[in-house]
Write a protein that binds this ligand. Structure first.
Ligand code: UFG
Length: 337
């Protein structure tokens, strides 16, 4: 029995594939390379020593999806494939709603037709919106401030409704906080297209000399040093969370939701200073105005994942910044030559 990983060539999907293979699962990757590289597949083979079945294409293509289910014995799907750039989603909302929402519906329809009713979904702490106070718990109301965020809120709702209507389904929504870090081999990591939106790839590209300096968006928040506080989580811890969530998903039915965060907030300046100290590099920065849509503080209460899944984040902020830097310094241009 195999696990279909949609978006398996992406940042979180590739790391999750490593952990699935390490725990004895068979993996089939589906990816359209819209935000990833075919080179990831070679790197995964080097890390795991295994050949991984791969299909290139989109979750929007139902006949193609059907073929994958007919050709393989799939027991569950881990669904990462989605667009994820907040700013782009504001400019091109239909692109986001089409790919993320229609794509998820297409996947669920083909799963149901093939009687595969177990799915673990890549959701985000973005669904907590701007009004909930950290530490965030799974029972808080969800909302969003941009089309990307709304696609996550809606996809969770669609999955919950499907599980409510047909009691054979098991759906698990995993709300990620801020994944950073990389596999310790330095062979796979985060490789955004163009100028990074997120802080860690921005820092590593400054460190490697591709970008001149970091802009810190605001130092007048109500936080200990005035800069934004986030719950950074090592991508390998996150990947391990998927393996445990999958085990729970396969053993149960109904809807499940878990925060996957370290449960600890660090400021932008904490992150920059830790990066500099651990890696012995300097990150020049200037303080800029706040970025639209940002909140002061966002971190998880991860007790539920601990109690039900037996999962806690193990790696420290120092581990995260060292692994991010190893990846970027060994691959200054990401997966491009
Ligand atoms: N920041 C900077 N400079 C930058 C980029 C970010 O100072 O160049 C700051 C932000 O203001 C924020 C912190 O660094 O305080 C983290 O910002 P990121 O863009 O890395 O992450 P966000 O917390 O804004 O967003 C991330 C994901 C979203 C997801 C959200 C969920 O990118 O997809 O977490 O909480 F929805």
């Amino acid at each position: 029995m195999a696990i279909l990983v949609t978006g398996g060539a992406g940042y979180i999907g590739s790391h999750t594939t490593v952990e699935l293979l390490a725990t004895g699962h068979e993996v089939i990757i589906l990816d359209d390379f819209s935000n990833s590289s075919p080179k990831v597949l070679d790197r995964l083979k080097t890390i795991t020593g295994k050949n991984i079945a791969f299909y290139e294409g989109s979750i929007l293509n139902k006949p193609f999806l059907n073929k994958i289910f007919k050709e393989n014995n799939i027991e569950a799907v881990i669904h990462f494939a989605a667009f994820k750039a907040v700013g782009e989603s504001v400019k091109e909302p239909l692109k986001y709603y089409h790919n993320n929402i229609v794509g998820t519906i297409s996947l669920l329809e083909v799963m149901a037709e093939n009687k595969v009713k177990n799915i673990v979904f890549s959701s985000s702490a973005t669904v907590y919106g701007v009004n909930n106070i950290s530490p965030l718990t799974e029972d808080m109301p969800t909302s969003a401030t941009n089309p990307y965020g709304y696609t996550k809120v809606m996809m969770e709702q669609i999955l919950n409704d499907v599980a409510f209507a047909d009691k054979e389904w098991s759906v698990t929504n995993l709300r990620y906080f801020n994944p950073i870090g990389a596999h310790e081999s330095g062979l796979i990591g985060e490789a955004p297209n163009g100028v990074p939106n997120n802080i860690m790839p921005y820092i590593t590209q400054v460190a490697v000399g591709k970008l001149q300096e970091l802009s810190i968006f605001g130092d007048d928040y109500d936080t200990p040093d005035g800069t934004g506080v986030r719950d950074y989580i090592h991508v390998i811890d996150l990947a391990k969370g998927h393996v445990l969530a999958l085990k729970d998903n396969l053993a149960t039915t109904g809807s499940h939701v878990y925060n996957l965060g370290a449960g600890q907030g660090y400021s932008v300046l904490d992150l920059v200073k830790t990066f500099e100290k651990e890696n012995n590099v300097t990150i020049p920065y200037t303080i800029k105005p706040r970025r639209a849509g940002d909140i002061a503080t966002c971190y998880a209460n991860s007790n539920k994942a601990k109690e039900v899944l037996g999962w806690t984040a193990q790696k420290t902020l120092a581990d995260m910044v060292r692994d991010s830097w190893r990846w970027q310094s060994q691959n200054p241009n990401g997966y491009e030559e």
